[in-house]
Design a protein around this ligand. Structure first.
Ligand code: SF4
Length: 432
């Protein structure tokens, strides 16, 4: 192996890509490569890409171009491009970037390592060999790959393939290893968490999986993300209600509320059933937080249908809301519908929802002033600790800024904090 074989891995896109990169980095280290976070020190650069929607693709192409230019200037010896963008556009990427040494799709860690060390013996280092890119006290657990659903706007099934659930034993092993590394919060991710197990076991197996994961010592919080609304496993809400380690947190992407649009989106649910689900969660677990994502500007979305969505948000006051404008993506079922809502209208609608939601969020945060909350400390900035409650996922939800005058607090600690002040998306408090 050549002396300076520093490798840098650039991870773009979602938390599922983060897990893929963590496995790749673990395998590179196990095979003797040195990882660097400084591209000037690297000889090999691997870009793990996202290819989900147009703006992400444009951003990723820019990163590839920058890195290829570094190679042309002799700063890098090898460039490898992997991930979702390659799954979608491999042929055109090969033509556009002949300087790139290897293009590989998703889940390609072994292929990449074998390419970088063709002669040397290869060490597999699978289970637990992840090198976390998140702070050591929380980690994502990707329980399956791919998706069997056919949401009309979505290209992911074409990128990541059909649903492939990972065996419970394998996930349990991975979780034990993560706990040994100091992980306290386990964030369950996939494309469609509700469907876990239907491929491998012929029936939904999310609850049996969670029953095993909650037994792992050291894991104190388990958070569920990407729950498909029309397929929530029977008994899941009650399981979350009764299991102390389960965060009272439901990330359920709803996308819209109008029955005509939900039908066109092939979401397999209705306004009535969506409202029933929200009410059931709130009845069983009154303090539960519901996060969702919505799409505005879907082909044919009328002003009336948008108003219906606004009314729904206003009436049901979801706790955390992300809003995307619709992107017409090649190869999706919605592609033939065209892109009928003008961009400025899409952006206006997105702004209107965010404005309404910020008022809802402020009201809910103000109601927490004076309350004592359990906070997991993620980082320390300028003497102030920033953390999250069980009601907030990393990167996307609210932060809690806490001062710890008299207490010794470290990153990764759980603390009790009294909330003194609130803003739209952040809370401020004191460790008690
Ligand atoms: S559930 Fe729908 S939106 Fe999510 S990855 Fe599958 S097809 Fe795409």
């Amino acid at each position: 192996m050549k002396k300076n074989d520093n490798v840098i891995v650039l991870t773009l896109g979602c938390s599922k890509n983060v897990v893929d990169s963590e496995k790749l980095i673990g395998m590179l280290s196990a095979n003797g490569f040195t990882l660097t976070e400084d591209i000037r020190k690297a000889k090999t650069c691997i870009i793990n890409t996202c290819g989900f929607i147009k703006p992400a693709v444009e951003e990723n192409l820019q990163v590839v171009l920058d890195v290829v230019n570094r190679k042309i200037q002799g700063e890098l010896e090898r460039v490898i491009v992997s991930g979702c963008m390659v799954e979608r556009f491999k042929e055109s990427l090969i033509n556009e970037f002949p300087e790139v040494d290897l293009f590989v799709g998703v889940e390609s860690a072994e292929q990449i390592v074998r390419f970088l060390k063709p002669d040397d013996d290869f060490r597999i280092n699978l289970i637990g060999g992840r090198q976390l890119l998140t702070p050591n006290h929380y980690a994502y657990l990707k329980i399956s790959e791919g998706c069997n659903r056919e949401c009309s706007f979505c290209a992911i099934p074409k990128i990541r393939g059909l649903l492939r659930s990972k065996p419970i034993e394998e996930l349990l092993d991975e979780t034990k290893k993560l706990s040994e590394k100091g992980v306290k919060e386990l964030i369950i991710i996939s494309q469609d968490t509700s469907s876990y197990g239907v491929d491998l076991y012929g029936k939904p197996m999310l609850i049996p999986l969670l029953e095993e994961l909650t037994k792992v010592e050291g894991i104190e919080w388990i958070r569920l993300m990407y729950l498909y609304p029309a397929g929530l496993p029977e008994g899941l809400i009650e399981f979350v209600q009764n299991e102390p380690k389960m965060c009272k947190y439901f990330d359920i992407p709803l996308q819209h509320i109008s029955d005509r649009i939900l039908k066109s989106m092939r979401r397999g649910t209705t306004k009535k059933r969506t409202i029933e689900l929200i009410e059931k969660i709130r009845t069983k677990i009154p303090n539960a937080v519901i996060r969702t994502t919505l799409i505005v500007g879907y082909p044919g979305e009328t002003e009336q249908e948008f108003k219906e969505l606004m009314q729904f948000i206003s009436d049901y006051e979801l706790d955390r809301v992300g809003v995307f404008t619709y992107f017409r993506e090649d190869g999706t079922y919605a592609f033939p519908l065209g892109d009928t809502v003008p961009e400025d209208i899409k952006n206006l609608r997105r702004e209107e929802i965010l404005k309404l939601q910020s008022q809802i969020s402020l009201r809910k945060n103000n109601a927490l002033v004076g309350k004592k909350l359990k906070v997991l400390i993620d980082e320390k900035k300028n003497g102030v600790f920033a953390g999250r409650t069980e009601f907030d996922a990393p990167e996307v939800d609210n932060l809690v800024y806490v001062r710890a005058q008299k207490h010794k607090v470290r990153v990764g600690d759980f603390v009790e904090a009294i909330i003194a002040r609130a803003k739209h998306y952040d809370l401020y408090g004191e460790v008690c």
